[in-house]
Design a protein around this ligand. Structure first.
Ligand SMILES: Nc1ncnc2c1ncn2[C@@H]1O[C@H](COP(=O)(O)OP(=O)(O)OP(=O)(O)O)[C@@H](O)[C@H]1O
Ligand SMILES: [Mg+2]
Length: 274
């Protein structure tokens, strides 16, 4: 039994809130919709960015949103996270409408974001950052917290080595791993990642993408926003291409990789080659 499966078996909190970690250990997909968005519109004051965006994420999938600078990718994640007001449309997470919910409520439902630029707490240690990520499950007691912490250290061995080091002194790749580990500490149903490859060397990018694949293979559900379209599509199950706030193409990742328009616009110059 995996670490998370054993936590689930012992802990009624997790069975009330079935989260990704308990699920499939293979690539077989569950057909349970975790997030469904319909005709979403949002923006910044008078600036309308997202225009009738519809999409969904099923449990156990990696879904990627690709698009150029300014396409609205971060705006989409910020809107799902409750940081931006919804002008119109619907967002349903795990069967609950999340439109209009305050940002603090969304992670508590199991929807967490790894923000662009990591945003770790620089003056706190690696372990303190991780423990903060687990505040949602803190009332479950120290044992659960410890097991989640151990799982992050298993997933990211470098974080264990650096556990007492101040987060601000980590390398960019280590900070990205810490930001991912911190998000996973709440045992979420959905992890949203905004450009995890930004500013990292190709080898580190590869490592980060391998971890994201491993997360999916352990049963987690990931919404991955990336400009690095080739790398993202090579690990994703499905993808959406966002252009000036609209979804212009969507489908299985292998279809998008083979799509001539997508190739021309987004797969020309990549940071990692397969
Ligand atoms: N805080 C803000 N206030 C006003 N306009 C904003 C704000 N943030 C983003 N925008 C605008 O919204 C549009 C979409 O930006 P967004 O950051 O969502 O794009 P993106 O796809 O994430 O781009 P990138 O790949 O560069 O991160 C852009 O035109 C941008 O200038
Ligand atoms: Mg962005």
């Amino acid at each position: 039994m995996s670490c998370y499966a054993s936590i689930l078996a012992e802990n009624p909190y997790f069975s009330r809130y079935p989260r990704g970690f308990s699920k499939i250990l293979t690539k077989k997909k569950q057909e349970r919709i975790v997030l469904k968005i319909r005709n979403l519109e949002s923006g910044y004051g008078k600036l309308k960015v997202l225009k009738h965006v519809s999409m969904h994420v099923d449990a156990g999938e990696i879904v990627t949103i690709i698009g150029a600078n300014g396409a609205g990718k971060t705006t989409l994640l910020s809107t799902i996270s409750g940081l931006l007001k919804v002008n119109s449309g619907e967002m349903v997470f795990e069967g609950t409408s999340i439109c209009g919910l305050p940002p603090a409520k969304i992670p508590a439902l199991g929807c967490v974001m790894v923000p662009e630029g990591r945003q770790v707490f620089a003056t706190m240690s690696v372990e303190e950052n991780l423990i903060l990520g687990g505040h949602v499950i803190q009332k479950q007691g120290k044992k659960v917290l410890r097991e989640l912490l151990d799982h992050q250290y298993q997933l990211f061995p470098i974080l264990k080595e650096r556990r007492t080091q101040l987060a601000g002194t980590l390398s960019g790749g280590e900070q990205q791993m810490l930001a991912m580990g911190r998000a996973l500490m709440s045992s979420p149903s959905l992890v949203m990642m905004d450009e995890p490859s930004t500013g990292l060397a190709p080898l580190i990018v590869r490592e980060i993408f391998e971890v994201i694949e491993r997360l999916r293979d352990e049963g987690n559900t990931v919404l991955l926003v990336e400009q690095n379209a080739k790398a993202a599509l090579s690990i994703a199950d499905r993808g959406y291409v966002l252009e000036t706030g609209k979804v212009i193409v969507q489908g299985p990742a292998e279809d998008l990789l083979a799509n001539a328009d997508v190739q021309r616009a987004y797969l020309g110059r990549e940071r990692i080659e397969n």
